[in-house]
Design a protein around this ligand. Structure first.
Ligand SMILES: Nc1ncnc2c1ncn2[C@@H]1O[C@H](COP(=O)(O)OP(=O)(O)OP(=O)(O)O)[C@@H](O)[C@H]1O
Ligand SMILES: O=C(O)c1ccc[n+]([C@@H]2O[C@H](COP(=O)([O-])O)[C@@H](O)[C@H]2O)c1
Length: 286
């Protein structure tokens, strides 16, 4: 693995923060395997079943194709400072992710570290997980008591990964850090070709794992927000507990728009939506 100039133990924590690890398995079942924690970064405005499915797809992929053993998974909602259109307050996004994770697989947790502070780049977010899991908690151990460091890896859709080839969105040193040091599982997303998404990332090929979607499902938070604004049902697109929370709090009834923190960050995303199948679908809904 490439050494890192980033890793620091001087992370800024939001007030009253403690790292959630209640569902982190501290014992490696198979000592031959490498323990891995999956981290999904994003807006989650709101979290959908597709976000949860990503972890299930990764779990199947890991079991059948790799020498990893998943010991935990995290949703890491981005800070309000990301200022992406449609981004609801961190409080609501974290609450919805928490409800969704409680409803789901036993290894999924929500880390509010990113959400309740200034915008943190993904490279720094992965360093934070590495620090909390390997330095503070001391990693995991085998049934024989042997210590093992946990490998932190980014779990993302191919649309997010394709922004890594867009000039000016990610810095080269951050890509080197994220893909060289940590690595990623990429879930195929309708409208964003998985091969194209990784073409220019070939130098990190050995750390990139591509997961095909065998059942196509292109639910997106954007479409869910549009449905809600139009008074259409979103039940069975997201967990019932999240639908109830949205209804009880009257969320997404207004068109929330805000100017982006960094036009390049948004450019990658906008281009992707405008260029992919999502735009057509969204126009049909309108
Ligand atoms: N349908 C999907 N298929 C594959 N990956 C997905 C899908 N929906 C979301 N993801 C992935 O989940 C992560 C977090 O996504 P994010 O919160 O931006 O959701 P989104 O549906 O893309 O949101 P929005 O519609 O607001 O842009 C990203 O890595 C994204 O690629
Ligand atoms: O670290 C970066 O340079 C960087 C550049 C572009 C996007 N990201 C992260 O990618 C995620 C994008 O989420 P979204 O909802 O815009 O798909 C979010 O967590 C951002 O912090 C991170």
């Amino acid at each position: 693995m490439v050494s890192t100039p980033y890793l620091t133990d001087a992370f800024t924590h939001p007030p009253n923060y403690s790292f959630p690890h209640n569902r982190l398995s501290r014992v490696l079942r198979d000592p031959q395997k490498t323990p891995v924690v999956l981290v999904a970064c994003g807006s989650f405005s709101p979290v959908t079943y597709l976000h949860l499915r990503m972890f299930e797809m990764a779990k199947d992929y890991v079991r059948h194709n790799t020498d990893f053993e998943i010991v935990g998974g995290y949703l890491s909602p981005v800070s309000d400072m990301y200022k992406k259109p449609g981004l609801l307050s961190a409080r609501h996004r974290v609450n919805m992710c928490t409800l969704a994770s409680e409803d789901s697989t036993t290894f999924l947790m929500v880390d509010p570290w990113e959400a309740f502070q200034s915008y943190q780049r993904t490279a720094i977010v992965l360093d934070h997980f590495d620090h909390e899991i390997n330095t503070v908690l001391g990693g995991v151990h085998t049934e024989d008591g042997e210590h093992r460091n946990v490998r932190v890896m980014l779990l993302a859709g191919s649309d997010l990964i394709s922004t890594m080839s867009e000039p000016g969105v990610w810095s080269y040193s951050d890509l080197e850090h994220i893909l060289g040091r940590y690595g990623t599982f990429i879930v195929e997303r309708a409208g964003s070709a998985i091969d194209q998404a990784t073409d220019s990332l070939a130098r990190w090929r050995s750390n990139i794992y591509l997961i095909s979607q065998l059942i196509q499902n292109d639910v997106s938070s954007t479409k869910v927000r549009l449905f809600l604004r139009r008074g259409l049902s979103v039940r069975y697109l997201l967990p019932n507990s999240v639908v109830d929370y949205i209804e009880q709090n009257g969320l997404y009834l207004d068109d929330v728009t805000s100017s982006p923190i960094n036009s390049n960050l948004e450019k990658g995303k906008d281009r992707d939506v405008a260029g992919g199948s999502q735009k057509k679908d969204v126009q049909q809904i309108c």
